[in-house]
Design a protein around this ligand. Structure first.
Ligand code: NAP
Ligand code: ZN
Ligand code: ZN
Length: 355
């Protein structure tokens, strides 16, 4: 079995260790990718902390993967060695149910197979992108357009797809007023993508020091969510609110920002995912609350092509593999996504220091 170096969490609360993992022998439909960059998504931290229970340890996180194809199986038609490729949050699904057939693999009725911490159909546990290579069935491999740098493109594979999908679904475009709650990895791409779609974009956050960045990414304004007067000034303003915050928010205060038929879409996934709201916050203006999970494979490719046309990549801080624990401890400090330079894994001689 081909082996590869990886960063692994042996147990909840344990520090990262440098380890060797096995990747499966190439199947006819498989693409093997030499990983160059791996983004650090807030979801990696949720799984490392076992926030929702059920994390498989040892855990190799990472579902924002870009690299170069090294080998393909005999039945692969869309990829060849040397191609630039990406892998996001999914590596398998049933392929037969209605959502799978219509390109919504993320809503597979049997549950899609996550890129890490999931049991694949062959019984093995999936291991993600904090590693030197990955082997994935062709259907779940994305093409990275030449116009996108592999490092800045990595976060598009999860964060980009996760904001693009609801923006498309709720038809963000000219004349539409979109608010993005929270400006981290997802939020900053939400601002860039919604602005490129032609919507009027507002960033709502708790960090006024991000205001200038938000405006430079295409937002028309910044609103401090801790300032109730600023919030009240936008009552009824929005058609669509995309909530990326990984913590509970004041639902009623935010629902009040929606106009008639407005929708608040949760994409942020708090450690404690319960939420409560006053039903009258919906009734008075026929408002809706929705949720959205990542993006389908075809949609993720559309997003990558859209980003290439609009020159959109993630703002990143590239780090060597030995800074992974430090990065996890400082997710709210990065502007706006840590990306592991996977080439540095090969030069690590010991496990990365704890932080
Ligand atoms: P991130 O980079 O850490 O950004 C989160 C942002 O939310 C922060 O930068 C901050 O922005 C804001 N925030 C407000 N209150 C906060 C609090 N109490 N703690 C931390 N941040 C707070 O996270 P991310 O990678 O964008 O992910 C955001 C959430 O989406 C996570 O829960 C993640 O698991 C989830 N997620 C969901 C999907 C999906 O399919 N639905 C996919 C990927 C990620 P301001 O400073 O602007 O307030
Ligand atoms: Zn993610
Ligand atoms: Zn399915």
């Amino acid at each position: 079995m081909p082996s590869t170096l990886a960063l692994s969490l042996p147990a909840k609360g344990a520090p990262f260790t440098l380890t060797t993992i096995e990747r499966r022998p190439l199947r006819a439909n498989d693409v093997r990718i030499d990983i160059r960059f791996s983004g650090i998504c807030h979801t990696d931290l949720h799984f490392g902390q076992d926030d929702w229970g059920g994390t498989f340890f040892p855990l190799v996180p990472g579902h924002e993967i870009t690299g170069v194809v090294s080998e393909v199986g005999g039945a692969v038609t869309e990829f060849a060695p040397g191609d630039r490729a990406g892998v996001g949050c999914m590596v398998n699904s049933c392929g037969k149910c209605a959502p799978c057939r219509s390109g919504d693999e993320q809503y597979c009725t049997e549950g899609f197979v996550k890129t890490y911490s999931a049991r694949d159909h062959d019984g093995t546990v999936t291991l993600g992108g904090y590693s030197q290579s990955i082997t994935v069935s062709e259907h779940f491999v994305l093409r990275i357009p030449d116009a996108l740098e592999l490092d800045g493109a990595a976060p598009l594979l999860c964060a980009g797809a996760t904001v693009y999908s609801p923006l498309r679904r709720w038809q963000a475009g000219p004349g539409m007023r979109v608010g993005v709650l929270g400006m981290g990895g997802l939020g900053h791409l939400g601002v860039k993508i919604a602005a490129a779609m032609g919507a009027e974009v507002t960033l709502l956050g708790r960090s006024p020091d991000k205001k200038d960045d938000a405006l430079s990414f295409g937002a028309a304004r910044f609103v401090d969510t801790r300032d109730s007067e600023q919030l009240a000034g936008l009552a009824g303003h929005f058609d669509l609110l995309i909530n990326t915050v990984p913590a509970q928010i004041d639902m009623d205060a935010h629902l009040g920002l929606l106009g008639i038929d407005g929708t608040l879409v949760h994409v942020g996934a708090p450690g404690d995912p319960t939420a409560s709201y006053n039903v009258f916050s919906l009734l008075g203006a026929r408002r809706s609350i929705a949720g959205s999970s990542i993006g389908g494979i075809r949609e993720t490719q559309d997003m990558l092509d859209f980003c290439a046309r609009h020159h959109i990549t993630s703002e990143i801080e590239k780090i060597p593999a030995d800074r992974v624990s430090e990065a996890w401890a400082n997710l709210s400090g990065v502007r706006y996504r840590y990306v592991i330079d996977v080439a540095t894994l090969g030069t690590l001689h010991t496990s990365p220091p704890a932080f």
